[in-house]
Design a protein around this ligand. Sequence first.
Ligand code: UGA
Length: 431
Amino acid sequence: MGDVSVIGSGYVGLTTAVCLAHLGHNVVAADIDATRVELLNEGQVPMFEARMDQLLAEGLANGRLRFVSDSAQAVEQSHFHFMCLPTPQGANGEADLDALDAAMEELGDAFPTGSIVILKSTVPVGTADEVRANLLRPDVAVVSCPEFLREGTAINDFLSPDRIVVGSTNDRAATDVAALFATLDAPVLTMSNRSAEAVKYSANAFLATKLSFINSIARICEAVDADVLDVVAGMGTDNRISAKFLQPGPGWGGSCFPKDVAALSHLARSVGAPAPLLDAVLTANNTQISHVTTRIIQALGPRPVQPRIKRESRVGVWGLTFKANTSDRRDSPALEVVRRLQASGLTVQAFDPTVTEPITELPDLMIAGDPYEAAAGCDVLVILTEWEEFVLADLEKTAEVMRVPRMLDARNIFAADTSQLEGFAYSGVGR
Ligand code: UGA
């Protein structure tokens, strides 16, 4: 089994490290954050992710996995080097490659002769070619192997992928990288580095397009008295369309879609192939966040009396993360809705299973200890993240503690069965 280094032990890096160790490889993972390295070596997982603690414990116990804070030390002992560094959004929408550039600069001389650098983070098309050109190490191959992990199901997505994409100009390196995943039951698609990089951006942009599309249809359905869930059922049974990734919501977010769609749009403009559709996908998402915010404000009462209502009204929020089963709030539509409600003068109190302390992004947001405390005294309750806890909540008790039992279910979690919602003025999205 190959010896592997993983540079960057954040979300993607840690998943890659624990899963490759699980597949039988010897993995040394590096991170510049010494505290994180220490915690990981003690088996403590710094994020909320199903099965991560189990695989981390397994790798540490069987000695296949360890963490260091010195990246050079990690690569010197390895043949494969997975670069899993953050590529955040830059000032003009472009991807910021500073972390990757700095690591390549630092590690350039440390890579053993004939070893293979593998770009796992999402990077703009052409990055691998640039990395290769700047590296000045013709003996070291640069392979693109984009990740398709979803937060919350990252381990399963890694171990049961739909496909593995390997981009390379060097056939032997491509074969060696594909062999790392040989025990997984998934097709390996080999192509150029540029095509592999384009696959990743295109997949995320397409999924975001699907979401902005269905949220637009949801708004139309509300206006024409149709039910978006029936529309999804009717459309999704067409196997050219599929019902996956067609659940309307308060808008989409997270650390990937917003930055990747913006980066692809930036790339499109910079190569003279503008893609207005991508800009519309971003605009439509903002429209959905505004639409949900407006619906909450409108639920509080008719327009002429709103200034008084605003001063006195209280909104309860269930869910702050950008989706369920993660503790990640980066680019969360829920936070944006709360921010806009507060800007309208409303008092907001929220519960999320992963949030126990006040959050720095929204210092005036009251954080409740349970769903009922968040609903207490409220004039409307809004569901912004689809946590299982909310489906299982005692709705009778919820209605009792509210000033007015109204609910806007922006994730349609109760859409399938509204029988428990007696006593609530209830509405979902797109219905
Ligand atoms: C996304 C992609 O799904 C992964 O394939 C990719 O590897 C990852 O980005 C990345 O580039 O690293 P993730 O950001 O974890 O994964 O989140 P998703 O599960 O894709 O959800 C994104 C947003 O869409 C969330 O706000 C979610 O609530 C929303 N969503 C998703 C909906 O509103 N409706 C749906 O039907 C599905």
